[in-house]
Ligand binder design. Structure first.
Ligand code: GDP
Length: 449
């Protein structure tokens, strides 16, 4: 996600930060580059223009230029402006009503609607979207146009262990919706997810059908699923839908393949609707809640420690995650911690998937993802840390040239590899301290209570 934009902005800000003093002209020149970077990321023109104007005004207007770290301050302003552009408010699903709460999924054919329906249902049953409370969920497909659409949802239901409404051949969408409501009420479901029919284009028949279903089901959430790879088309589709039905949020799918991120960046500003989830792959786990603050951090290469810790928390003991988070916050992240993380990474989908979330590792991500042997690299790193003494692990700065040779020999690697590992650790620690300074860990600390 956002790799190319992140690279471009990284270059601009490295240059800004590299200078002691900044003039107004420096800032304006940098902002011209930011504008080009946004347009290349396929951000809607008015959105890019507005963004750059606001940031420029703030950067020049306040005491930024006279401050000790003007470059850093400009980055902070951009960071906050990115959050504002993505939608500052947290947007979770609102399902606190007398059950069943209804979530209606709408969108064009092929956008990933059925897949996303099952992904969200899975999360709800696990309790990870609604403050840990596990929901009893029923899914129903109202798609009578596409052959096998209802069966597809039933298959996914079996896979994620979520109930689906039995199929009755020949029933029309409104009838199915009515039957689903009844079943959900009678059988005590907390949430009913309605997967509506898609079309190839936005057309009136589709809109009428959606409205008729919404009249009957009175959904708490109407989520539009759009394909982020279609860029500004996705934003236009969202605008069209939004004009006809009261959308409560957007799900952007295929973010895993979207290096530019134009749809994600312009969506909120153009449509006024919050992005609630991002689809990041075909697997049923590949769904992320969309947190503007974290996404802004990722775009600016500050990593996304919060998501990283959350993912870790899903596969390891909660106490471990808390300990790790505290250490990160204090900047006391040693080789033992790194080793623990490496082991988890292997369980959490490999290096490529996670590198983008780690502070200081953004640049390594592309290389790692492209490298089929990246798991081998994890094993090497583990071996190198295993060859260190306890003292070296807690104080890596002790590791001099002689020790490096010993570690390389002991782990069957090379001194270059040891150097790389040490550099990675150093970059991560530095980035974490930086994040702490910028207050970026607030959310994480709140989350961990
Ligand atoms: P629908 O017609 O809108 O219901 O679309 P489907 O749910 O059938 O999805 C169409 C295809 O897109 C399927 O092959 C999905 O596996 C795939 N897909 C859905 N979401 C994502 C995503 O976030 N990333 C990727 N890479 N593929 C996805």
């Amino acid at each position: 996600m956002f790799e190319s934009l992140s690279d471009r902005l990284g270059g601009v800000f490295d240059r800004l930060r590299g200078r002691g003093a900044l003039t107004e002209a420096d800032v304006r020149a940098a902002m011209r580059e930011v504008r080009v970077a946004l347009l290349e990321a396929d951000v809607a023109l008015p959105v890019a223009r507005d963004f750059v104007d606001k940031v420029t005004e703030q950067a020049i207007g306040q005491n930024v230029l006279r401050s000790v770290t003007p470059g850093q301050q400009v980055v902070k302003i951009v960071h906050d402006a990115l959050i504002a552009m993505l939608g500052a408010d947290e947007s979770s699903l609102l399902l606190d009503v007398t059950p069943p709460a209804v979530v209606m999924m709408v969108g064009l054919q092929g956008s990933g609607k059925t897949t996303t329906t099952a992904k969200i249902a899975k999360r709800l049953t696990q309790g990870s979207l609604t403050g840990r409370e596990r929901k009893k969920v029923l899914m129903a497909s109202l798609d009578v146009n596409r052959p096998n659409a209802q069966e597809q949802l039933a298959t996914l239901g079996t896979q994620v262990e979520v109930a689906t409404l039995p199929i009755i051949a020949g029933q029309q969408p409104v009838e199915i919706a009515r039957r689903a409501m009844q079943a959900a009420k009678l059988q005590g479901y907390d949430v009913l997810m309605l997967d509506t029919a898609g079309r190839l284009h936005v057309d009136q028949a589709l809109m009428d059908e959606m409205k008729a279903v919404a009249d009957i089901a009175r959904p708490q959430e109407i989520l539009l699923v759009v394909d982020s790879l279609t860029g500004q088309d996705a934003v236009n589709v969202a605008q069209n839908f939004s004009d006809q039905v009261p959308l409560t949020g957007i799900v952007l799918t295929r973010m895993d393949g979207d290096a530019r991120g134009g749809a994600a960046l312009s969506m909120r500003a153009v449509t006024g609707k919050p992005i609630k989830f991002a689809g990041t792959g075909e697997k049923m786990d590949a769904l992320e809640a969309f947190h503007p603050e974290r996404v802004a951090g990722r775009i600016l290469g500050m990593g996304d420690v919060v998501s990283l810790v959350e993912r870790a928390a899903e596969s390891i003991q909660v106490e471990d995650a808390e300990r790790m988070a505290m250490k990160m916050a204090k900047g006391q992240f040693d080789m033992d911690d790194l080793r623990g993380q490496l082991a988890q990474m292997r369980r959490m989908g490999g290096l490529g998937a996670l590198a983008g979330m780690m502070p200081g590792m953004k640049k390594a991500q592309g290389a790692l993802a492209a490298q089929p042997g990246s798991d081998k690299m994890l094993i090497h790193m583990d071996a190198m840390i295993g060859s260190m003494t306890a003292k070296e692990r807690s104080k890596p700065e002790l590791i001099n040239a002689k020790r490096k040779i010993r570690i390389a020999k002991g782990s069957g690697t090379t001194v270059q590899e040891v150097n790389k590992l040490l550099k990675m650790h150093l970059e991560m620690s530095t980035a974490m301290k930086k994040i702490k300074k910028m207050g970026g860990l607030k959310g994480m600390m709140a989350m961990l209570g």
